[in-house]
Design a protein around this ligand. Structure first.
Ligand code: ADP
Ligand code: 5GP
Length: 207
């Protein structure tokens, strides 16, 4: 039997267009290689859905009033404003999943990641890095999900986000989606082996 250890909270950040959603999708599709299913935390946001985005799958799309109610009820593990919209991680599903010893994945921006780090010091922070600035611009524009002024705003935010790299535990370059997903898989496997995490869960069992 696999000795899983306590749950692993993986935070994935990186500039818009770096490929976070794509790499997470790849990881989830490789789920059968993991001993326990991965849980992707579906965030709440006040931004409008993009073409093809489904409520409850990609995000919970909510009004600003509903978002504020959730803040008042302490419903978020973390929340932040990004490019004029609010984004937050619903607390209950993540906490429940971790308590069961699972692995929860959060795709969140840097200020939210810092809140998670201070509230859950066991969280593992991964910064997904585009191969170059030119490639980041190309991916962001190629996605065709935002008008030009919003792309410019997201690129400006990216400059600020790079200042937080020193607060992260791992940097993974997204040259190839498959390789980046494999590296995050390796991080999850290594983190599960940590003595501290095993002790927290059930004590290190000797044979
Ligand atoms: P993010 O979630 O970080 O904003 P996305 O996952 O939406 O980024 O990716 C942005 C764009 O870049 C998408 O069109 C996606 O298909 C593309 N992309 C992601 N990873 C790669 C990669 N390794 N090589 C080429 N294109 C990529
Ligand atoms: P997008 O609008 O491209 O889906 O997301 C914009 C940014 O918001 C990305 O950096 C993404 O990681 C971040 N984000 C998504 N959900 C959350 C969340 O729940 N909390 C925080 N803090 N950021 C989030």
């Amino acid at each position: 039997m696999m000795r899983d250890g306590a749950g692993v909270l993986i935070v994935i950040s990186g500039p818009s267009g770096a490929g976070k959603s794509t790499v997470i999708r790849e990881l989830l599709s490789a789920e059968k290689r993991f001993e326990k299913p991965l849980f992707f935390s579906v965030s709440s946001t006040t931004r409008a859905p993009r073409a093809g985005e489904k409520d409850g799958v990609h995000y919970h799309f909510v009004s600003r009033a509903d978002f504020e109610t959730l803040i008042e009820r302490d419903g978020f593990l973390e929340y932040a404003e990004y490019a004029g919209h609010c984004y937050g991680t619903p607390r209950a599903p993540v906490e429940q999943y971790l308590a069961e010893g699972g692995c929860a994945l959060l795709d969140i921006e840097v200020r939210g990641a810092m809140q998670v780090k201070s509230r859950r010091p066991d969280a593992v922070l991964v910064f997904l890095m585009p191969p170059s600035w030119e490639e980041l611009e190309k991916r962001l524009r190629g996605r065709q999900s935002e008008p030009e002024e919003k792309i410019v705003r997201r690129l400006a935010i990216a400059h600020e986000e790079f200042n937080y790299i020193g607060d992260y535990d791992y940097v993974v370059f997204n040259d190839s989606v498959e390789k980046a997903a494999q590296q995050i898989e390796a991080v999850i496997r290594a983190e599960r082996c940590r003595v501290a995490r095993q002790l927290l869960w059930s004590g290190v069992r000797t044979p």
